[in-house]
Ligand binder design. Structure first.
Ligand SMILES: *[C@@H]1O[C@H](CO)[C@@H](O)[C@H](O)[C@H]1NC(C)=O
Ligand SMILES: *[C@@H]1O[C@H](CO)[C@@H](O)[C@H](O)[C@H]1NC(C)=O
Ligand SMILES: *[C@@H]1O[C@H](CO)[C@@H](O)[C@H](O)[C@H]1NC(C)=O
Ligand SMILES: *[C@@H]1O[C@H](CO)[C@@H](O)[C@H](O)[C@H]1NC(C)=O
Ligand SMILES: *[C@@H]1O[C@H](CO)[C@@H](O)[C@H](O)[C@H]1NC(C)=O
Ligand SMILES: *[C@@H]1O[C@H](CO)[C@@H](O)[C@H](O)[C@H]1NC(C)=O
Ligand SMILES: *[C@@H]1O[C@H](CO)[C@@H](O)[C@H](O)[C@H]1NC(C)=O
Ligand SMILES: *[C@@H]1O[C@H](CO)[C@@H](O)[C@H](O)[C@H]1NC(C)=O
Ligand SMILES: *[C@@H]1O[C@H](CO)[C@@H](O)[C@H](O)[C@H]1NC(C)=O
Length: 596
């Protein structure tokens, strides 16, 4: 039996521990540390209700300086927002998301933004860089202008104790400015200081708070704008204005008028130029502070965020690259694909859709897409699929490519009725060889595709081939590279790669040989492999269907056999292959003409 006083004590202890939210303190300034003994990731969901109405103060910062931009940032009715002294009290709905009490905003990344800048400067402490990073699962360094992120705004619902004992209805998230103390704030909002301290797990012995952090103010009534004081005035602009030259009073009258006009013009010009200088300096300051905040961020995040190397996707992506690509909004991709409906799916993680009237192929990439983005944005070749842009949403990459409307090559060659003419097939082979030749010999440094197969070749409306899925492509600065990690598609992998992890352009030559035999025979790579494994000669397998005219057969067979040489040094190079295939194509065209 528990005695009544003990039970009471236990209850009291319980309510004591849940009645408060730890103050975030100075942990907001070190983005690399998310010390969960503070509320740096958000206030915990210890409220009586899991969802409640709450209030925040938003101090207007560019680009949110008007009622309409602020109300759309917070998705509230503009009539609920009134800007007083460049500050607005905003009602928000606070609810629980994975243990943290928050209200979500959607924010579009600006030039030079960082999580620290968004949390500290734009939202003035209403969020933290740690919470932003956790919520979005993207490192601060990878933020790109135009990207949309979710901003968890710090808020909390009153605990049972606060409701019961103090009649608290709302906890207002108040972000402190210079000069604020717990006493001053409590007085202004008409709250007993001990209640405000308690609400933030602070005490009279330790009441210290810092600007640009949030505290919770327990309120019985909704706050109103009469409680908002003007912000401390901004530092005065540097003394640049030069007073206009004084005129001597004893000049002649007409001369005087003339001088006045001149003075007016000069003075006007001077005022304009001073305004110009001031505006310029202000803009400069703005971009400088963003830049500083960014440096601050990267300086303090010493270890890679989430300590996951995969999560540093765009570190190597240069500004140039980003500018040449479009950053899509997630909702654009959703409407293009009817919200990634299966009817838009083209197998795996690929989707077909229309963006601004143009066909597009959208691929969701698991893991790091920066290699592929980096490579594709450097390439410009008719036979390599073009990347038009990308979107980063909740940590997943979506790449948007040009749409090759006839789908993948494998859809066309493995059907029973062969719909492609011989010269179309050879043109496709030539296109593939030309694309690979570009990768091997015209890109600096050269690249190996590493995953060429008939699913990764796409056909446009005129059945011209474009090589896609360059996610495994690697540069080979030296002629040969060794890898321990064998990736690619079964049936297409060269023996030296499978056995020794040897990577060279001859890997693609081997895979090209396999694709060419698929094109010629209509059989799938693994079937072909199996037949050859069962002791059939490649030649036999290739000519069995009698799909090629006799005059061409021997050339095609020799090319395939050469490409599939076991010793990679005996395989031809891509430029030699381009030459052979174009000769065969020319011959096939004259053969087709003569056979009509
Ligand atoms: C804080 O995080 C550590 C390790 O991630 C965990 O062991 C601990 O339980 C957490 N504490 C709280 C209060 O969530
Ligand atoms: C906030 O957004 C995250 C994902 O972006 C979602 O999981 C969560 O439920 C949202 N929370 C609220 C309170 O809307
Ligand atoms: C919420 O917190 C509880 C206890 O601290 C933990 O077991 C649970 O995994 C957390 N849930 C999430 C989604 O973080
Ligand atoms: C945080 O933001 C405020 C307001 O914009 C700014 O004055 C302050 O310098 C920022 N702090 C840091 C460390 O950048
Ligand atoms: C909690 O929810 C109840 C029922 O919806 C509501 O009447 C009450 O006002 C809420 N309390 C707080 C503090 O939000
Ligand atoms: C504030 O609260 C404390 C204890 O909760 C009480 O002793 C004190 O009298 C209160 N002060 C005022 C001004 O109400
Ligand atoms: C503003 O709030 C204060 C304190 O809650 C209250 O006394 C006052 O009447 C309110 N003013 C208006 C105009 O609502
Ligand atoms: C971003 O930073 C770059 C380099 O510091 C600077 O040239 C540019 O003006 C900044 N842009 C903005 C909008 O702050
Ligand atoms: C974050 O992203 C990584 C890789 O993109 C993924 O494996 C992980 O599950 C993601 N975590 C969350 C919480 O979404």
């Amino acid at each position: 039996m528990i005695s009544l006083p003990l039970l009471f004590l236990l209850l009291n202890l319980f309510s004591f521990t849940t009645a408060q939210q730890p103050y975030v303190g100075q942990s907001t300034t070190d983005c690399s540390v998310s010390d969960n003994s503070t509320s740096v990731l958000g206030y915990s969901c210890n409220g009586l209700n899991k969802t409640c109405l709450s209030y925040v103060i938003f101090r207007s910062t560019p680009p949110f300086t008007t009622v309409s931009s602020i109300s759309s940032l917070f998705s509230v009715d503009p009539s609920l927002v009134s800007l007083t002294n460049q500050q607005a009290i905003i009602p928000i709905t606070c609810s629980c998301s994975s243990n943290y009490s928050q209200s979500n905003l959607t924010y579009t990344i600006q030039q030079n933004d960082s999580y620290f800048f968004i949390a500290n400067n734009t939202l003035q402490g209403l969020s933290t860089c740690q919470a932003l990073e956790k919520q979005n699962n993207v490192s601060s360094q990878s933020l790109l202008p135009g990207m949309e992120i979710v901003v968890p705004v710090r808020c909390a619902c009153p605990t049972a104790k606060q409701v019961r004992e103090d009649g608290v209805k709302y906890l207002m998230s108040y972000n402190l400015v210079f000069g604020d103390t717990m006493d001053i704030i409590s007085q202004r909002f008409g709250v007993n200081t001990s209640k405000t301290l308690e609400a933030n797990q602070l005490s009279f012995e330790n009441p210290r708070v810092f600007p640009f952090t949030t505290i919770l103010i327990p309120l019985q009534n909704p706050p109103n704008s009469s409680l908002i004081l003007p912000l401390p005035p901004p530092p005065p602009p540097p003394p640049q204005s030069v007073s206009p030259p004084l005129l001597s009073p004893d000049s002649g009258k007409s001369k005087k008028t003339w001088v006045y006009i001149l003075a007016g013009v000069l003075g006007g010009a001077l005022v304009l130029s001073v305004i110009g200088v001031v505006v310029f300096c202000m803009l400069k300051k703005e971009s400088k502070s963003r830049e500083e905040a960014r440096n601050f961020d990267s300086f303090t995040s010493k270890k890679p965020p989430m300590s996951n190397q995969e999560l540093d996707p765009l570190d190597g992506l240069s500004g140039m690259v980003v500018e040449s690509l479009k950053v899509y909004k997630f909702h654009e991709l959703q409407s293009a694909t009817s919200d990634f409906n299966s009817s838009s799916s083209v197998g795996g993680s690929g989707y077909i859709g229309k963006i601004n009237g143009d066909g597009a192929m959208i691929k969701k990439i698991e893991g790091n897409a920066s290699e592929e983005i980096n490579l594709l944005s450097k390439l410009n070749h008719f036979n390599i699929i073009r990347l038009s842009g990308f979107c980063l949403h909740e940590g997943d990459w979506y790449l948007v490519y040009e749409h090759a409307s006839n789908g993948s090559l494998s859809d066309w060659i493995h059907t029973t009725k062969s719909l492609l003419s011989l010269s179309q097939k050879l043109q496709i082979a030539l296109d593939i060889a030309t694309g690979l030749n570009y990768l091997h010999n015209f890109v600096d440094p050269p690249y190996v595709h590493r995953d060429l197969n008939s699913n990764n070749v796409f056909l446009d409306i005129e059945f011209r081939a474009k090589i896609g899925n360059l996610g495994l492509a690697r540069s080979t600065s030296e002629d040969f590279v060794l890898t321990r990690h064998v990736e690619g598609t079964r049936g297409y992998l060269a023996p030296e790669y499978l056995e020794h992890g040897l990577v060279s352009t001859k890997l693609d030559v081997y895979a090209f040989g396999v694709v060419l035999s698929e094109i010629v025979t209509g059989q799938e790579a693994c079937e072909l492999k199996k037949e050859i494994g069962e002791g059939n000669e490649i030649e036999e397998v290739l000519i069995r269907g009698r799909l090629l005219p006799e005059g061409l057969e021997s050339y095609v067979v020799r090319l395939v056999v050469d490409c599939l040489q076991r010793d990679h040094l005996n395989r031809p190079s891509m430029d030699e292959i381009v030459l052979s295939v174009s000769k065969i194509l020319t011959a096939s065209k004259s053969w087709e003409e003569s056979s009509y």
